[in-house]
Design a protein around this ligand. Structure first.
Ligand code: PXL
Length: 282
């Protein structure tokens, strides 16, 4: 059976990180091997939360796995609490990243132009190093701009223009040029208005191809949808699907769950009822 190492936190509420990745990877017929980076009462978007940081345990788990002599077909790293955790992931990659391992890095650090609590200049520099080692990157537009040293506010100033997606593509290409090997960048949650209707889309850019899939935007964003999206991409690519097939699968899985949560006014920090749609990934 194929295996994916999931380097992410375990949050009791918020349907994100490991509680999103484990069910998705499992239903896709792949063994999910969680390496928890922290255990939280809920994701950090809640007003208050308890967090038990696992930074010190990350190397211990990595070393024990090394002794087990296991191999991974995929490695997926998500939310990391600080730059020390980035170093622990780099150590994990030294042990387990082989030529044919698919490494997906989700550079979680900001959204809608605002950095998350863990963000520092040092964290960004660490994330730049980490993401260069990835085969696939899933930044949102804010994270793409941070990684490529571009001005996010200036970029979204062009959101009503014809060439908005082409502009995002050229920033992605700038980042691709800096990477060591072949990479695919999937820019997630791109919002734009066309003829009075708002759309949300994802743009995939690699050396070979570039394409953009978008759907009408419900006006609401929910905790964990980025993690669910990245999990489907990672599982699909490990199973040998193309990036286009992977993105179509992720959209088919999430679109209705997001529409339903928006209609039912689900509290955004609690996340969508993705459980009802897991069978779409079988
Ligand atoms: O969904 C990203 C994420 C994962 N884990 C934790 C978070 C967040 C986003 O805020 O707080 C703990």
């Amino acid at each position: 059976m194929k295996k994916i190492a999931l380097i992410n936190d375990l949050s009791g509420f918020g349907k994100c990180s490991l509680t999103a990745a484990i069910p998705v990877i499992s239903v896709m017929g792949i063994q999910a091997c969680p390496l928890p980076t922290a255990v939280l009462s809920s994701q950090t978007g809640f007003k208050e939360y308890f967090c038990d940081d696992f930074t010190d345990r990350m190397k211990d788990i990595t070393d024990q796995w090394k002794k087990l002599d296991v191999n991974f077909d995929g490695i997926y790293s998500g939310y990391l609490a600080d730059s020390l955790q980035i170093e622990k992931v780099l150590y994990f990659l030294e042990q387990f990243q082989k030529k044919d391992t698919l490494y997906l890095a989700d550079p979680v650090m900001a959204d809608h132009g605002k950095p998350y609590g863990m963000f520092t200049e040092k964290f960004l520099q660490g994330m730049k190093v980490l993401t260069r080692k990835a085969n696939v990157l899933t930044p949102n537009l804010t994270e793409l701009c941070l990684l490529a040293d571009e001005d996010y506010e200036k970029m979204i100033g062009h959101c009503q223009e014809e060439d908005y997606i082409a502009r995002i593509q050229s920033v992605s290409e700038k980042l691709l040029a800096k990477a060591e090997g072949k990479q695919t960048i999937v820019v997630t949650g791109i919002l734009r208005k066309k003829t009075g209707q708002e759309y949300v889309g994802n743009l995939a850019v690699s050396a070979e191809e570039s394409f953009h899939i978008e759907n009408p935007y419900t006006g609401m964003g929910f905790s964990g949808t980025g993690d669910l999206f990245a999990s489907v991409i990672c599982g699909s690519l490990v199973k040998g699907l193309s990036i286009r097939e992977a993105m179509e699968k992720a959209t088919y899985f999430l679109q209705e769950a997001i529409e339903e949560a928006s209609k039912e006014n689900v509290s955004p920090c609690h996340g969508v009822h993705f459980e009802k749609y897991l069978s779409r990934l079988l």
